[in-house]
Design a protein around this ligand. Structure first.
Ligand code: ZN
Ligand code: ZN
Length: 385
């Protein structure tokens, strides 16, 4: 830096310092950008030498930079339970800090300089990076550490992780979805340790339990590839699902190919970069156990063959019409008024309505001219198309 460049800065600094006491960080910050210098503190020191001034209590920051070691220790504490390679530091300052900073800038018409907040977070990031050997990353950090100077506290929050997997449910009477915590209705509270659920007796609960334990995640939001009844079993390779893990502590963890989690088995669980957007088309192999009101007549049952390689139209209450394909069917009479219908079909067909005949054409009741009800249904396969 040349002498001439610094000369006007020293003149203005003298004027400012005659009215306001400033620390090296805040003093240097007023000119560092203009002079193209990286360290506010070093520039502040240099100007101070030239102006022969002393700092007692900085007008803007009240010498907050002298207290950063206290916050760095807190940052280390809250981040120590997380796996992270990159981080971002956020800060909450008392509004009076920002007000004084604004006041000084406007009084001396200092434009295009970093604010006090940027200055603090940058200094914290620099020191935190040195201490932890992790990299500061503004755009996509693994961990965000927020320092609250108002309450003298510190919080850490990690970037969500995504996983995909499949579950096999070989036993009946397990609901797919978990009832939320009665206290917070799933939002997360002290009672449920922020999980949003207190029991883990469903497919969702059992998957979440594993993910909470394995990744130290607080919550998991599951995207299901189709659904089943409490009484259904899901066999074969299981039903695919995706999960978003909120605030995970662990990011690198070895997952076995097969996980026995209480009453279900989780297969092929792995981390993925993102959950696919929009509807995910899938094909299921299902077995429907159907009860008819009148005795079954074989000739009528044979009408079901029409469904082979055919489409069904589904009419929703909103007036929307959609078509789904049936790829194959097979039926076995089980008693005078019950039979099992095995089908391979597109996902998203409401199976109960398909049997009773409500707003789906063609449907089982109409085809066999015998009012029918779905007693139970099981899945042998569910595959994303
Ligand atoms: Zn200051
Ligand atoms: Zn709760």
């Amino acid at each position: 830096m040349t002498r001439d460049k610094l000369a006007p800065v020293v003149i203005l600094s003298k004027k400012i310092l005659s009215e306001y006491d400033l620390c090296d960080h805040c003093l240097g910050r007023l000119f560092a950008k203009k002079l193209g210098l990286a360290s506010n503190k070093l520039l502040g020191k240099k100007i101070r030498k030239k102006t022969k001034s002393k700092n007692k209590k900085c007008y803007v920051c009240k010498n907050v930079f002298d207290t950063l070691h206290f916050y760095l220790e807190k940052m280390r504490e809250v981040s120590s339970i997380y796996d992270f390679r990159t981080f971002l530091v956020g800060a909450k300052l008392k509004p009076s800090f920002l007000d004084r900073d604004d006041h000084l800038r406007s009084q001396f018409k200092l434009r295009g300089i970093d604010g006090i907040k940027t200055s603090i977070t940058r200094e914290l990031a620099k020191q935190f990076s040195r201490k932890t050997k992790r990299n500061h990353n503004m755009s996509d950090p693994d961990l965000t550490v927020t320092v609250d100077f108002k309450t003298e506290s510190c919080e850490a929050h990690s970037k969500s992780l995504y996983v995909s997997g499949r579950y096999v449910k070989p036993v009946r009477d397990i609901p797919q979805k978990q009832k939320p915590c009665q206290n917070c209705l799933g939002k997360g509270c002290v009672t449920c340790q922020k999980h949003g659920m207190t029991e883990f007796d469903s497919v969702e609960g059992m998957i979440c339990k594993y993910l909470f334990d394995k990744f130290g995640a607080i919550q998991a939001k599951i995207t299901w590839i189709g659904g089943e009844d409490t009484t259904s079993v899901v066999l074969g390779n299981g039903r695919p699902f995706f999960a978003k893990l909120l605030n995970p502590k662990k990011r690198k963890t070895k997952i076995p190919d097969k996980i026995q989690s209480d009453k279900i088995t989780i297969l092929g669980l792995k981390q993925i970069p993102k959950i696919p957007q929009g509807p995910i088309p899938f094909v299921s192999k299902v077995r429907l156990y159907i009860i008819t009101e009148n005795p079954i007549i074989s000739e009528s049952l044979a009408k079901l063959d029409d469904l082979n390689n055919n489409a069904v139209a589904i009419y929703e209450k909103s007036g929307k019409r959609s078509e789904k394909k049936i790829y194959s069917i097979k039926y076995d009479v089980e008693s005078q008024n019950s039979f099992c219908l095995s089908m391979k079909l597109d996902g998203g067909v409401p199976l109960k309505h398909f049997v009773t005949g409500d707003d789906i054409f063609p449907n089982v009741s109409d085809l066999i001219s015998n009012k029918s009800n779905l007693e139970r249904f099981d899945f042998d396969e569910v595959n994303i198309r």
